[in-house]
Structure formats: structure tokens, C-alpha cells
Design a protein around this ligand. Structure first.
Ligand SMILES: CC(C)(COP(=O)(O)OP(=O)(O)OC[C@H]1O[C@@H](n2cnc3c(N)ncnc32)[C@H](O)[C@@H]1OP(=O)(O)O)[C@@H](O)C(=O)NCCC(=O)NCCS
Length: 178
């Protein structure tokens, strides 16, 4: 889709009441991602685990943790993008657990907007470092992360269901005890 065709997109904080919609969106995107990019490099059972891990019930339960947060992207009031993350107490370290944009809205800059919203939130929370895991086969994700300034920090051989992962990191400040 061309830049000029894109509908106005709103980015807002994920609320507990969004858990059902966000869980269903995650399941749809995880299945899409597996058939398009992961088949052959990521076992189906690992993907099925991820679907369970980001299910509506598990998402609802995550709101018990004050360090859990997320942002949604909506186009015409419809969920079209999602990012979920965690801050580890007062350590200054945060981890992005899951990001996805609906295939109909990819290449519109929504992925970057979600990363920027996450980073702004983390700077306010005085975090100095963001990390995430990804698979080398998820090429659009790796490109997005590199554009955003995340660097490959480690190659994690046979990390998860025998699959190789990348640990990517971005330093957004200096560590300060708080
Ligand atoms: C990775 C993912 C979230 C990226 O989302 P996205 O919204 O398409 O990302 P962006 O639009 O911000 O940027 C992606 C590309 O679109 C380009 N772009 C941004 N705005 C654009 C616009 N308005 N018009 C055309 N292209 C645009 C960017 O320059 C970038 O291009 P490049 O990859 O060729 O360098 C998406 O591909 C996705 O959901 N993938 C499946 C799930 C996944 O892999 N998640 C990560 C698990 S670790």
C-alpha cells in the first residue's frame, strides 16, 4: 500500500478490556507468521505454544503484573497492530515480548510507531536498555528492529524448541540506580 492511501492510525495503551481482541489478533498473526516465514525453521508446536502464551486468558492475567504494558494500533477503530513488553522492576531493563501488524496494514509505518511508543514509555520509566528475541528468518521484523536501532547482541543457538534465536538490544540511556 502507498503511504498516501493509508488510513489514520491511532496508537494507544493496551487496556485489560482489550485482552480478548488482542489475544485473538495475536493468534491470527502468529499462525500467519508461521506459514509465511517460520515453516522449516520454527516447529509448529512452538508456534502453538506462542498462541497459548498470548491467549486472551493469559493476557488478562498479565495485567496483575504492574511491569507489563502494551500498545495497540487502530485504523478506523479496528485493531491492526500490537506490541507487548515488560520492565524488570527497577533494573532499567525492558523486554519486548511480541509485536505484530496486520498484513493488510504492513509497510505503513505502524511497526515503527509501536516501537517509538514503547521507547517513549520506557524512557519515562528510566529504562536504559531494551531487548527482544527474534528468529533470523523473520526478515521484516529484523529489518524493522535494525531501522529502529536495535543491534544483534547474541546468537542463541538451539534456544527454544531447537530453533536458533537472535537477542537484539538497544541502549536508550545510561544505567542509573533509582
Ligand atoms: C515486523 C512487522 C511488525 C513490521 O511492521 P510494519 O508495520 O510493516 O513495519 P513498518 O511499516 O514500520 O516498517 C516496515 C517497512 O515499511 C516501510 N514503510 C514504512 N512506512 C511506509 C509507508 N507509509 N509506505 C511504504 N513503506 C513504508 C519501512 O521503511 C520498512 O521498510 P523496509 O522493511 O523495506 O526497510 C510486521 O512485518 C509483522 O507483523 N510481521 C509478522 C510478525 C513478526 O514477525 N513479529 C516479530 C516477532 S519477533
Amino acid at each position: 500500500m502507498d503511504r498516501s492511501d493509508s488510513t489514520a492510525v491511532v496508537i494507544r495503551r493496551l487496556e485489560k478490556a482489550d485482552s480478548n481482541e488482542a489475544g485473538k489478533f495475536s493468534a491470527k498473526l502468529l499462525k500467519w507468521m508461521w506459514s509465511k516465514y517460520e515453516k522449516g525453521s520454527y516447529p509448529k508446536e512452538a508456534s502453538d505454544f506462542d498462541v497459548w502464551h498470548w491467549s486472551p486468558a493469559k493476557l488478562r492475567a498479565r495485567f496483575d503484573d504492574p511491569d507489563f504494558f502494551g500498545f495497540l494500533a487502530e485504523a478506523d477503530g479496528k485493531l491492526c497492530g500490537l506490541v507487548l513488553a515488560n520492565i524488570y522492576g527497577k533494573s532499567g531493563y525492558a523486554f519486548i515480548n511480541w509485536i505484530a501488524v496486520d498484513p493488510e496494514h504492513q509497510h505503513e509505518g505502524i511497526g515503527i510507531k509501536l516501537m517509538v511508543a514503547t521507547q517513549e514509555h520506557l524512557k519515562k520509566a528510566k529504562c536504559h536498555k531494551i531487548g527482544l528475541y527474534t528468529l533470523p528468518t523473520l526478515v521484516p521484523a529484523v529489518r524493522l528492529y535494525m531501522k529502529f536501532g536495535l543491534l544483534p547482541e547474541a546468537f542463541l543457538r538451539q534456544q527454544w524448541w531447537g530453533s536458533d534465536f537472535l537477542l537484539m538490544s538497544k541502549w536508550i540511556g545510561k544505567y542509573k540506580k533509582h
